[in-house]
Design a protein around this ligand. Structure first.
Ligand SMILES: Cc1cc2nc3c(=O)[nH]c(=O)nc-3n(C[C@H](O)[C@H](O)[C@H](O)COP(=O)(O)OP(=O)(O)OC[C@H]3O[C@@H](n4cnc5c(N)ncnc54)[C@H](O)[C@@H]3O)c2cc1C
Length: 482
């Protein structure tokens, strides 16, 4: 059987693993971190873009529009969290209207369905909290919101259920070609494969250069966000964009899939690929600018800030290419890479078939993955208090008070093929720790459950992956918390 090593377990690498696991191939995913979805795929806007915002004819556009159309079926099969809620780009002046008309024309050229420019009354009819000064908006009914890390996790879990292997802690250091075989040296040992797929995100140019191909460079571009408590008095139905600027789509105001209000991101070219700490001034600016679109609630309702780093390609477009037989690059995948990921996977499958010939179907491929979060509890406080006090032998016990997550859900998330050794890994899968107290109550309980499940020490379970700027700065000065 032919072997494939995928380098990088972001949404792109995991989408490729899932697509290729439909065929008789021996697939290994090599990831430098301890879990899947640890790069750009865990910290982004989660918008499934319609496809009007990128240049006609670019790879970004083709893959975005194609990827967007695949989401309804993906959600049915993988249950990661997707809602086709539609988006509005808001215009407040006649100059904005001219920009919206340009977007409409480019969207039509890109074959985006259902686009139209709508007026003041129709806009407020769709989302009554929008600034009433709004004049016009580009409405895109095909846009949606997805839970980005749950998508990457779902792709990975389904590929594992269909025979793929996941190796965490396997930072790739060296790639050598020997005849038709590729040798990959990693921090977790050496691997051999007939095909290498480089999906290393922010580091994809470095991995490509390891194999001798330096035809693109990645330029990091940071984006920062603020998240509000779930149902924080708001009733927002659509993704709200402002008219885009030179560096991107502008500050957006959106419900997340799980109904938190999220605002951001900005777009800041940076030198470091590790500069994740949000910046006070930037966050204040985002708060200010977002008020132009929507009735933003009080800062007291903010529960977290975070940053993501886009892997912007020096070529100005996604790099999906095969610079040598058996070596495939998916590099410089910035936005709309989340939207495009299932279409990128199909394109990569095409490269694999070009090299190996037609792939043989796996007869017992199972496209389905059951959801981790099967129900959203909305229990009254006294019932929550009762369930919190149950012993830790009871799977009915509530572990996370804010998001009302039962112990059974957490245990299920640990038993799906990937060993989850961080409380943040559980948080992304189950939402335990995603609520108002951000894990202050449940982190200890989650850590104990992970340790018990895998028979490891609690000290070896890691805590929060990244720092958040202390949201209290809005009330009492400044500071950074871990
Ligand atoms: C601020 C921001 C907002 C965005 N908003 C949207 C949006 O709304 N909609 C949308 O469609 N897209 C959006 N995107 C883009 C989207 O997040 C990315 O395109 C997508 O996540 C890229 O996935 P990836 O798998 O290529 O990279 P990543 O998720 O970064 O994954 C790469 C993986 O490779 C691993 N790796 C790196 N080097 C090595 C090595 N040497 N060995 C082994 N493993 C390695 C990393 O640890 C990482 O896990 C946004 C991005 C950002 C940052």
């Amino acid at each position: 059987m032919n072997s494939v090593c995928i380098i990088g377990a972001g949404v792109v690498g995991c989408a490729i693993a899932r697509e290729l696991s439909k065929y008789e191939l021996d697939i290994t995913i090599l990831e430098k971190e301890h879990d899947v979805s640890m790069g750009s795929s865990k910290a982004n806007s989660g918008i499934i873009h319609a496809g009007y915002g990128t240049s006609p004819g670019s790879l970004k556009t083709l893959l975005c529009v194609k990827g967007n159309a695949l989401y309804d079926n993906l959600e049915k099969e993988l249950n990661f969290g997707f809602r086709r809620c539609g988006s509005l780009v808001l215009g407040f002046t006649e100059e904005d209207r001219t920009e919206l008309e340009k977007l409409l024309a480019s969207g039509r050229e890109n074959n985006v369905k259902g686009l139209e420019i709508i007026g003041h009354d129709a806009i407020l009819g769709l989302d009554p909290g929008i600034n009433p000064d709004v004049l016009c908006a580009l409405y895109a009914p095909s846009a949606g919101v997805a839970s980005p890390y749950e998508l990457a996790i779902a792709f990975a879990e389904n590929s594992l259920a269909n025979g793929a292997a996941f190796v965490p802690g396997a930072e790739v250091k060296r790639i050598i070609r020997d005849g038709k075989t590729w040798h990959v040296e990693t921090a977790a040992g050496s691997f051999e494969a007939d095909i290498i797929i480089n999906s290393a995100g922010l580091f994809s140019d470095i991995v490509s250069a390891m194999a001798g191909f330096s035809d693109f460079a990645v330029k990091p571009r940071k984006g920062q966000y603020l998240i509000f408590d779930r149902w924080s008095g708001l009733d927002i139905n659509h993704v709200l964009f402002q008219v885009p600027g030179k560096l991107g789509k502008g500050i957006l105001v959106t419900p997340t899939f799980h109904n938190n209000l999220m605002i951001g991101p900005d777009a800041l070219n940076i030198d470091s690929r590790y500069d994740y700490l949000p910046d006070r001034e930037a966050l204040l600016k985002i708060l200010e600018v977002s008020k132009v679109s929507y009735m933003i609630p009080e800062p007291q309702k903010i529960i977290r800030t975070f940053s993501g780093i886009r892997a912007v390609s020096s070529t100005g477009d996604f790099v999906v290419s095969s610079p040598a037989p058996g070596f495939i690059n998916t590099g410089g995948i910035d936005s709309p890479g989340l939207t495009s990921s299932p279409a990128i996977a199909l394109l990569v499958k095409g490269f694999v078939e070009k090299y190996l010939g037609k792939l043989e179907d796996k007869k017992d491929f199972n496209p389905r993955r059951t959801p981790v979060i099967k129900e959203r509890l909305n229990l009254p406080p006294d019932e929550v208090e009762r369930l919190i006090k149950l012993p830790d032998t009871s799977d009915d016990r509530i572990v996370c008070r804010c998001e009302q997550v039962r112990q059974s859900v957490i245990l299920d998330s640990l038993r799906r093929g990937i060993t989850v050794t961080s409380t943040d890994g559980v948080k992304r899968r189950t939402r335990a720790g995603m609520g108002r107290c951000q894990g202050a109550f449940c982190r200890k309980r989650v850590r104990a459950l992970i340790a018990r499940e895998y028979g490891i020490n609690e000290e070896s379970v890691s805590g929060p992956d990244r720092e958040s700027y202390d949201i209290m700065f809005l009330k009492r000065g400044s500071g950074v918390k871990g």
